[in-house]
Design a protein around this ligand. Structure first.
Ligand code: NI
Length: 444
């Protein structure tokens, strides 16, 4: 392994971490690749910025932040817990460079409007991240190979959770990792909310390596507890916001309509969105994948506003001009009414396939290890003064209240006109019928 240091440390200014410190040449070279720079053109929160207009920050800034938190963890481990002999469970600083590269690159494969896009075109950002790292065609791979021939595979294996050192894997991916800690603080800052403001400095201070991964000192328990709570609140208040989801539904239907038109040969000549065709046919090369960003999609949406297809045109208008679908919450009791509501929407003149949707958002705030559920889940361990470990929810009543409990809601989405009172037009009859089915206090 050839690890070259920069002659002089380089810093990047950041609103969350103040300075992001870069000391290794490979990190600076990775930042300067075209694949990493693409992340500047992809918003971190997608349609959430329609609700929280400050949330225009990019995947680029988040990845830089995850790198910086990981660097601080490594510094702390090296200062306080350096290994003395192999197998003592302490920190081996030779692992630093693979941890830093994996942290920086962990979201490299995200596409525009990630989750919506993945859902319609059957792609997976984690798979693409690994592909971009390991494919010999990319600048990223070229930079990583300067370290050693097998270095790209090593970095990819951290993201794949198969890297042999659990400390490195848990730094990047666990229930309390550099990724989550950065996005919670960053998203709270840019949305202008205060829910995600846990004490990062304190958490980093009480983090410690042990033979099976990373644990937390006993006296830092409340800082960790507060982090779990912040995460829970961010999901309920920001990530699951019903209006952002209303825009997500519009986007889903818009992309679905474009895909359906293509499949039925209704997009021809100059109307053909050539950069999307590989996704319509699900035959996507790395170059195809990397050529997309938020700007490309938004440009197509702008063009589609003047296309002949009425549905495509209308949905593109709704997305660009922020006209979210409205929604009503339902439960297993009221679920039976949904086909009837969809029928009312259809009778009003909307195609129910493109103008109604159900959207469910659920999260598991914290969970303990369960071999039958998810093998990847690493529980949060608190180290006692005698060196023994206790799982967080057994000593925190607050965390215990959230453990293993799925929270979220299920909503039915429809055009706003269904609930706007119309004096004299074709909608008025439907309005009353629609109203009789849903309670106003459930509508957002
Ligand atoms: Ni991330």
């Amino acid at each position: 392994m050839k690890i070259q240091m920069l002659p002089r440390e380089k810093v990047f200014r950041d609103p969350i971490h103040n300075y992001i410190h870069v000391q290794h040449k490979v990190i600076l070279d990775l930042i300067n690749t075209k694949e990493f720079q693409r992340l500047r053109r992809i918003k971190q929160l997608g349609t959430s910025s329609f609700t929280f207009q400050g949330a225009e920050h990019s995947r680029f800034t988040h990845c830089m932040g995850v790198y910086e938190i990981t660097r601080q963890i490594c510094d702390n481990f090296q200062r306080n817990y350096p290994t003395k002999e192999p197998g003592d469970g302490l920190w081996n600083d030779d692992e630093r460079i693979v941890a830093l590269c994996a942290a920086l690159l962990h979201d490299l494969g995200h596409g525009p409007y990630s989750h919506t896009f993945e859902h319609i075109f059957n792609t997976d950002h984690e798979m693409w991240t690994q592909k971009i790292i390991t494919s010999k065609e990319t600048e990223i791979n070229h930079v990583l190979r300067q370290v050693s021939d097998d270095f790209p595979e090593k970095v990819a294996s951290v993201i794949d959770h198969t890297y042999p050192n659990p400390q490195v894997v848990q730094m990047i991916s666990s229930q309390i990792d550099a990724d989550r800690m950065d996005y919670l603080l960053r998203d709270a800052y840019f949305t202008g909310t205060k829910y995600g403001m846990f004490d990062l400095t304190r958490i980093l201070r009480v983090m410690r390596p042990y033979d099976k991964g990373i644990a937390f000192d006993n006296d830092g328990m409340h800082a960790v507890e507060d982090y779990v709570l912040c995460r829970f609140q961010m999901y309920q208040q920001i990530y699951f916001h019903p209006v952002s989801r209303g825009m997500e539904v519009v986007l889903t239907k818009l992309l679905q309509r474009a895909k359906d038109l293509y499949k039925h040969n209704q997009m021809n000549g100059f109307e053909m969105p050539s950069l999307l065709v590989p996704f319509f046919t699900e035959n996507v090369s790395i170059d195809d994948y990397l050529s997309l960003d938020d700007g490309i999609l938004n440009t197509y949406f702008t063009l589609w506003q003047s296309y002949p297809d009425e549905i495509l045109k209308d949905l593109a208008y709704r997305f660009l001009s922020r006209k979210p679908f409205k929604s009503a919450q339902y439960n297993h009791e009221t679920k039976a009414k949904l086909p009837e509501l969809a029928e009312l929407v259809e009778n009003t003149g909307f195609d129910k396939n493109y103008y109604t949707a159900i959207n469910t958002s659920f999260d598991l705030p914290y969970d303990i290890y369960n071999p039958r559920q998810n093998k990847r889940k690493t529980q949060i361990e608190i180290m006692q003064d005698d060196g023994s470990l206790i799982e967080l929810s057994t000593i925190s009543r607050l965390v215990n209240a959230l453990t293993g409990k799925i929270t979220g809601d299920e909503r039915f989405y429809f055009p706003k006109t269904m609930i706007v009172e119309h004096s004299n037009d074709i909608f008025s009859g439907f309005y009353d019928a629609f109203q009789s089915h849903i309670h106003n206090d459930m509508i957002v």
